[in-house]
Design a protein around this ligand. Sequence first.
Ligand code: UDP
Length: 410
Amino acid sequence: MALAKLDDYRQVVGDPEIEEMRAIARQLKGARMKHINSTSVGGGVAEILHRMVPLLNEMDILARWEVIKGGDDFFNITKAFHNALHGKPENITPEMFRVFIDYNRKNAEEMDFSQDDFVFIHDPQPICLIEKRAQSKAHWVWRCHIDISTPQSDLWEFLKNYVERYEGAVISSPSFSQKLSVPQFLIPPSIDPLADKNKELEPRFINSVFEKYGIDRKRPIVTQISRFDRLKDPVGLIKAFKMVNKKLDCQLVLAGGGATDDPEGLLVLEEVKAEAEGSPDIHILHLAPGADLEINALVRGSSIIVQNSIKEGFGLTVSEALWKGKAIISRPVGGITQQVLHDVTGLLVHSTEGLAYSIRYLLANPELASALGKTGKEFVRGNFLITRHLRRYMLVMLSTRFSGHKEICL
Ligand code: UDP
């Protein structure tokens, strides 16, 4: 299906928002912008860039997206970094730092920044590409999508040296802010309401997806959509579900695929399968990349969505669920606290028992679930759609172009 055009978003966010975006974009007409991250499939960053890059181009900002390459050794190291930034102690050795820098330098050799006006480097994996800044005229921004509020100190010292060579850092949540010598911009990520992942679907299609996976729509369905990652705590969710399922006839769907920069996915999938063994009401769906319409249908056809992450950058899946008017239950971690306002747009829980209790509570009170979902949808419309995200990126670009204004924080 053809990708949505900027004007198609008028029906979702209204004319003034689109006019404002076009007005800002005119100030950046012809600018060359490069985004670099570490995977083209799986995970929130890829999800956003797939939609953002074409929309930037439609506004005459010449955006491109490149992905760094790495072997298993590199991605094992970056996964260890990811875990250590999220508070899981990891033994990060000098050798690991060396390999990390080497891969970045190898990638840098193959990349040309001479024509770029703006370079946005996403997350820690490609962070050392900043070494190329001296050979380019571009403004360099580090876009951090993860929670760096309590990083392992040796790793943070290493990364911070690179972060401070950028002109600014973009973070997703105020609680992620670190003491830095460069300006920090607070910009939550976003979802695309017109993408296959989020657009309205025919009820017949939704039914067909549940039929395909043998899930009974006549009984309540609790769903989590996530990569199989321990930080999303799928095993904890299964434990909570089992408590609920003892007293209530319902089903659990855990659906997700992997990301090419996450080597632990298959291992975690096995752990999840082992925990679910012998429970016919638990459906574990290993989805292929690009199963966006199916994910959309699974969320729309579910009674409740859970995002049981114990650490989270932003948690796009939360906005995706709220946009579909679904009540969500989550832990208050990372960017989830910006999206789930307790008892307003969803429920926040602090333990497996609390999760089980809340699942039961919402399944028994569908009117409440529906009211939370409705409020959630409007909250997402006002705060977490791609249009606002793009507008804020353009403002960051302008503010770095007119740099010297170190105090500017959007
Ligand atoms: N996602 C997907 N397929 C999957 C699992 C997740 O397309 O099998 C999408 C999900 O819908 C969301 C993104 O990947 O858009 C995950 O982003 P989030 O911020 O929730 O978590 P991350 O994976 O980046 O930690």
